[in-house]
Design a protein around this ligand. Sequence first.
Ligand SMILES: O=P(O)(O)OC[C@H]1O[C@](O)(CO)[C@@H](O)[C@@H]1O
Length: 535
Amino acid sequence: MTDAWNELAEKAEAAKSRRIEDLFADPERAARFSASALGLHFDYSKTALDEDAMAALIELAEAADLAGARKAMFSGEKINTTEDRAVLHTALRNLDGGPILVDGKDVMPEVRETHDRMAQFAEDVRAGRIKGQGGAITDVVNIGIGGSDLGPVMAVQALAPYHDGPRCHFISNVDGADATDTLKGLDPARTLVIVASKTFTTIETMTNAQTVRRWMAQAVAEPAAQFAALSTAEDLTAAFGIAPERVFGFEDWVGGRYSVWGPIGLSLMIAIGAERFDDFLAGGAEMDAHFREAPLAANLPVLLALTGIWHNQGLGYATRAVLPYEQRLLRLPAYLQQLEMESNGKRVTKGGEVLERASGPIVWGEPGTNGQHAFYQLLHQGTQIVPCEFMVGIEGHEPELRDHHILLQANCLAQSEAMMRGRGIEAARAIAADLGFSGAELERQAAQRVFEGNRPSVTLIYPRLSPRVLGQIVALYEHRVFVEGVILGINSFDQWGVELGKELAKALEPVLRGDSDGAGKDGSTLALAKVLRGS
Ligand SMILES: O=P(O)(O)OC[C@H]1O[C@](O)(CO)[C@@H](O)[C@@H]1O
């Protein structure tokens, strides 16, 4: 691996003196630095990558035995080594596929059985065969956090044009404002509550679940009868009082941030129906097949990962902006934050050695065009370089508003063009002169209008954002994170970094209630607690 990393460092050093725009002297560059599959088109030509750098990146992937790691994941090996678990979210979308063995047992019959039970339940709710105590279900409230919230919330919003079921709402934050504002206006007697928690112990979710049950109890005789649960912990769902036929279980080989494909996706299934949910799964399965079969140099998740490695570990750019030009992908950046940062934000390798390089970028973003009127100023002229990932659909869902869509696409392309080309001092001077400035003032005004350019971006183009296309995109990003993790040598499937804060919060509760003096706590924490207690 060291040789491959050294090789990459050399290529990155060489690239620093290169202007991306100049690489387009090669008329074939856009074709050679892009790839298409399954109707998706990924363009990475507006980066400083050249053939040599690409070869070094592919070599890095090969040196990390990406092909072997991929095979291990898909075949149910326990690649989550700290928790001794297989990683098989791909099994949840393998409905038409063959057996997958974990500890010698085929997991597919149970996956299919749970999927079919979910589908029956979802369709019964949608058709009014499963009712609330005041009539047909009009609203569904999903209570969950992290992976038990972000996947469904992102997908439900992304697929709004396909909703024909009850309205879906989401409560995640332990801030009582979330439950209060979400429940306002809902009829408890016609609301289905889904408690989504892999562990069924997460404090935020359990606190919200108790609160919502009390809200429900004020209006109906049997509040628990209007609850369902999605969890691996069936003993705890029973203790909460949820009937077994309303519990949809899954195994520990589904990581929270990879769980939208199974029971955690129930709210999505109720919103869009079982058939369309299956299209979403089919899209994910198509991406799985592509990831397994396409050669590395034409493999979309691999290419996305390699451009990520190039920008973060190679060139040292600390953050990455995800910029979907699709308002319905409003929550995709938050979803990807968890997917990428909880998976790869690690300090040591699988073997426990401290990482020698950055473990992954800070991922952030907002839909365009809104972001253009907010933070793009820094992307264009700020002193830090932020590689951008643009996303845009060939078509929207509003054919009657085609003008809007063309404007959206034009803005998306204009931004990546502006980032790459910038605007030199001569052009800036001409603008200042046109505005009537001269002499020293002209120079001062012109300097403000210079864009250095040479800022890298990649662009993903997709057909209309249908359930199938969304499935492809989500699986694309999952595998991208996997590839990056393999190259870095880390375990992308545990999340020990979230534990310490949870433990400390538990210990601080009595301090904030005034039941403990917080002996052993630092001075700042005690002083802040005192201010919060108002004493
Ligand atoms: O589904 P659960 O067990 O409630 O966990 C919710 C989230 O909390 C985390 O464990 C992190 O705290 C995430 O990995 C997970 O998605």
